[in-house]
Design a protein around this ligand. Structure first.
Ligand code: 5GP
Length: 190
């Protein structure tokens, strides 16, 4: 997606060898117009698929998923990282290893909001080693729902997540695929 790539080149900042910071439009401040175009692109890429719900993970996935949901005209469910008293007792739960925080945490979705009738599109901001996506896929499986596909805004091609998901036969669509950063430079995979 050219618009996204231009934005990444203009505003993305490389941190160390593996982290791309896009706080100015995706992870802290949000560019709502860009999110709208991202949602339209996901709709185009998954137009053949039946989707009844979009599933993401808090916090960064929520804005992306909510805007994309306008194009699909379906609800969004986000997996919660904190087990608060507000959450229903009946939940699907899975463990995810956080790439950015380097620790395991549980994520939960109330059983009320995922069921075997659902066709789920998973959306997230980044794909690194695939742990977040695999965790969300596990929740979909626990619910007996159908996985329609996984949509990612930025895939880091030099990490294994993309390969892992494609090897599982998942319909994966990434809007920008970035190569390993050399000297702080960002390049894209064709
Ligand atoms: P994975 O679970 O695929 O290893 O990592 C994906 C998750 O980690 C995403 O939900 C995202 O929040 C975070 N993440 C991974 N790599 C990056 C990165 O380079 N930049 C940012 N901002 N987040 C990342």
């Amino acid at each position: 997606m050219e618009l996204l790539k231009e934005k990444i080149l203009k505003e993305g900042r490389v941190s160390g060898e593996e982290i791309l910071k896009v706080d100015s439009f995706l992870n802290h401040q949000l560019d709502a117009n860009l999110l709208y175009e991202i949602g339209a692109e996901f709709k185009r890429l998954f137009k053949e698929k039946k989707v009844t719900k979009i599933l993401t993970i808090e916090a960064s996935g929520i804005g992306i998923a909510a805007v994309a949901a306008l194009h699909f005209n379906v609800p969004v469910v986000f997996a919660k990282k904190v087990a608060s008293k507000n959450l229903d007792n009946e939940t699907y739960k899975t463990e995810v290893y956080s790439f950015t925080k380097q620790k395991n945490y549980d994520v939960r979705v109330s059983k009320r909001y995922l069921n075997e009738q659902d066709h789920i599109l998973i959306l997230d901001d980044f794909l690194a080693n695939g742990r977040a996506a695999l965790g969300l896929m596990d929740l979909v499986e626990q619910a007996g729902a159908e996985l329609a596909g996984v949509g990612i805004v930025i895939e880091k091609s030099f990490q294994e997540g993309g390969q892992v998901l494609r090897d599982k036969g998942v319909h994966l669509e990434s809007l920008a695929k970035v190569n390993r950063f050399t000297d702080g430079h960002i390049t894209f995979q064709a």
